[in-house]
Structures are given as C-alpha cells and as structure tokens.
Design a protein around this ligand. Structure first.
Ligand SMILES: [Zn+2]
Length: 76
C-alpha cells in the first residue's frame, strides 16, 4: 500500500516584463532572454511590513533603471 502526498508543481509558461509589458520568448520552460527576477519581503521597519513584492524586468528596462542611479552599480 502506498500513500501519496499531493504536491502543486509550478512551471513557468510566460514571463512578462512588469515595466514595458514585453513577453520574454520561451522555449519550453526556458526563457530565451535573461530577466531581472526580483522577490522582496519588506521588513518590520518599512511601510509594507511583511508584504512580498515580486516583479520581472527585461534587460532593456533594467538598463534604463540603472541608468537613473546616482551611484553606478558594481560589476564583477
Ligand atoms: Zn521591459
């Protein structure tokens, strides 16, 4: 006799840039362009205590975002 645990498996069907709405081309479950994938849980000392914010940015929108920074990003 076997007992099974039912698990939900999530697979990526589509990635859309939150800033410009561009759909990232996929081959199966593999994105054909890299994206910035952000997951941020806000802490107690924020106005968003314990909220989790998630978004994706395409590379072009990432470039536009970092171009607005006063201090350049670090690149290794
Ligand atoms: Zn974009």
């Amino acid at each position: 006799m076997r007992h099974y645990k039912i698990e939900e498996i999530k697979t990526i069907r589509k990635i859309i840039c939150n800033k410009c709405g561009k759909e990232i081309p996929m081959k199966g479950e593999i994105a054909q362009e890299d994206v910035l994938d952000v997951v941020k849980r806000w802490g107690y000392f924020s106005k968003r205590d314990n909220e989790v914010h998630k978004f994706d940015l395409c590379e072009q929108c990432y470039d536009e975002l970092i171009a607005t920074f006063q201090i350049p990003i670090e690149i290794e």
